[in-house]
Unconditional design. Structure first.
Lengths: 357, 232
């Protein structure tokens, strides 16, 4: 049982000191951290960790460099105006030298070359979804010359592709590696590809039989890529790899994801209105706000995240799956009670009203 | 490699319990947990899909009033027995005629947490039978060291590594013991027993032994509370 679990409730927590904070563009910061105690954190490139600030705010990010077991960690963090994490990070005078708690690693979206020599490996990223891709390439690219490796990195405009020169240089050094930057809305001159990464890749690689795809970035891109590449390019469905968490940490897709709103009523406390990225669960949103902590890691096993749903919203929710329904029944729940860990916030649930126990 | 020490002055804090703590109730939920594991194992047959076995396990736990768990229900078949806690199983694994499987459950009964695991074999493959038996045997070797010497958590797992190696297995140190108490589990210390530099108290810690074959794709798991001989 416990220790490394795929969600951030049960893994060992290790203290790291924030050593340096460097802007990479107008909204992305590079965090350089050093571990100050405990066995050196090890991870497989592509996995993610949780970062807990001194005020309890927790977020998930993928290390942006190969794991060297040297107690150092590099994270790329996209800041959001007014966000708690972002506000804390931007106040560099206060946070430099601060101790952050790092949990993990979690996730299974790691380097997965095709089974057949010569078949391509396609890497897709938007925004800071490039961080785990960068870590994978640092570890594996020099030894992966049995497969052509194609990286498509997308953003709205040129500043979003803050490591463009680094990947262009990497392509010059490794003949089996191609880097294709893609912009959805360049404001100035742009001679490169336009549109979305999945469309550009599908145009360039019309047959993906035998290929593997790793996608990191906005949930909109990940789902669009999965659908398009399987339907149009013959990609085997199980050859598409993505980590669901990335939805929380990555940049918004060029398709224009917006934050969703969650209205939270609380007994004997003021109501709260929370912002949530599409694709996050109600539990993640409540945990981030410090309002509710699950125990079982979002597995619909413990029931500690049972919440009330405003009756007017009941019909908007997808019905409970078998596992959730069985636990709700065992807990003798009413018709308006659900498990927060099982409700994924998407656009139709914008404004969802819930009540905490 | 240096590792973080949990020193003895921290013991009282790390062994804290909640308001519902009750040794007798904990022993009772332990008994229910062991019974549930045996019932689940008895219902598993070669030819079953692992996913169906997990659903069946949940049904049996629901019947026993223990559907709620502080962690998920794990039944692992065949090559999935090498996967560590929380890692998703490869889908569609069918239990073979000469195969190995394990069960890991953490049921909550009323206000108390149980936690237990055990491994079982089908058929007569001697290596797999030995693997399952060794997970249990290593558990007791380590437990007896705790009883005899009052060894620290760190020393117990150093010893577990050597016990596993002596029998030809590799020990998974990601599963290296943890606290147990009254529900909810989140209220208690979540660090591993293997990093405790004090001798753990009875009834408050579980000892986990997850071994795997050094090269073949199978392993075995055993888990129970640290208790005296007369509880086994």
């Amino acid at each position: 049982m416990p220790c490394p679990a795929p969600t951030p409730d049960q893994a060992p927590i290790l203290p790291f000191r924030l050593e340096a904070l460097t802007p990479l563009n107008h909204e992305v910061l590079r965090l350089e951290l050093s571990q100050v105690a405990g066995s050196p954190l090890t991870y497989r490139e592509g996995q993610f960790v949780t970062v807990r600030l001194p005020d309890g705010t927790t977020r998930s990010y993928s290390p942006a460099d190969a794991c060297r077991g040297d107690r150092r960690l590099e994270l790329h963090i996209r800041t959001l105006p007014g966000g708690r994490f972002s506000t804390w990070l931007r106040s560099a005078a206060d946070c430099s030298g601060a101790i952050l708690e790092i949990g993990g690693p979690y996730g299974e979206c790691v380097w997965a070359p095709p089974a057949t020599d010569g078949a391509p490996l396609l890497l897709l990223a938007t925004g800071t979804g490039i961080a785990p891709i960068r870590a994978m390439l640092a570890r594996h690219l020099p030894h992966a010359d049995l497969h052509p490796v194609h990286l498509y990195w997308g953003g709205l405009d040129q500043p979003d592709l803050y490591l463009r020169d680094e990947f262009a240089a990497l392509a010059l050094r490794h003949g089996h590696f191609r880097f294709i930057p893609v912009l959805a809305a360049p404001a100035g001159p742009w001679a490169g590809r336009r549109g979305y990464v999945q469309a550009a890749a599908a145009d360039d690689l019309p047959s993906l039989e035998g290929a593997r795809v790793i996608a990191c970035g906005s949930p909109a891109m990940v789902e669009a890529a999965r659908t398009l590449l399987v339907a149009a390019c013959g990609l085997a469905p199980d050859a598409f790899h993505a980590d669901a968490f990335v939805a929380q940490a990555a940049s918004p897709a060029p398709s224009g994801d917006a934050s969703l709103c969650l209205e939270v009523a609380r007994p004997q406390a003021p109501a709260r209105r929370l912002a949530a990225p599409p694709g996050s669960t109600v539990l993640n949103t409540l945990t981030t706000a410090g309002l509710l902590q699950g125990v079982c890691g979002g597995q619909a096993a413990c029931g500690t995240c049972r919440i009330g749903i405003d009756p007017g919203w009941r019909a908007a929710l997808p019905p409970a799956g078998r596992k959730e329904a069985r636990l709700l029944a065992a807990l003798e729940s009413g018709p308006d009670q659900r498990l927060a860990c099982q409700i994924c916030l998407e656009a139709p649930l914008d404004g969802l009203r819930i009540e905490l126990p | 490699m240096t590792t973080q020490a949990i020193s003895s002055p921290d013991q009282a804090r790390l062994e804290g319990v909640g308001t519902a703590f009750d040794p007798e109730r904990l022993l009772h939920v332990r008994s229910l947990t062991r019974q549930a594991i045996e019932r689940i194992a008895a219902a598993i047959q070669p030819g079953m899909f692992e996913e169906d076995a997990v659903e069946m396990a949940r049904d049996l736990l629901a019947e026993a009033g223990m559907l709620r768990g502080w962690h998920d229900v794990y039944v692992r078949f065949g090559s999935n027995t090498t996967k560590t806690f929380g890692a998703p199983s490869d889908p569609g694994v069918v239990l073979g005629q000469d195969d190995l499987f394990f069960i890991d459950i953490g049921p909550v009964w009323q206000d108390w947490e149980g936690d237990g695991g055990d491994s079982f074999v089908t058929g007569s493959d001697p290596d797999k039978a030995r693997c399952a038996a060794d997970a249990r045997a290593i558990f007791h070797e380590v437990r007896r060291k705790w009883l005899a010497e009052g060894a620290t958590g760190r020393a117990l797992y150093d010893y577990a590594v050597s016990c596993a190696a002596a029998r030809g297995w590799v020990l998974n140190m990601d599963l290296s013991g943890h606290r147990i108490a009254d529900f909810p589990h989140a209220a208690i210390h979540e660090g591993p027993l293997a990093e405790a530099d004090f001798s753990p108290s009875r009834l408050l810690w579980v000892l986990e032994i997850h071994i795997r074959h050094p090269s073949a794709a199978y392993g075995a798991f055993f888990e129970d509370l640290l208790l005296e001989d007369d509880h086994f």
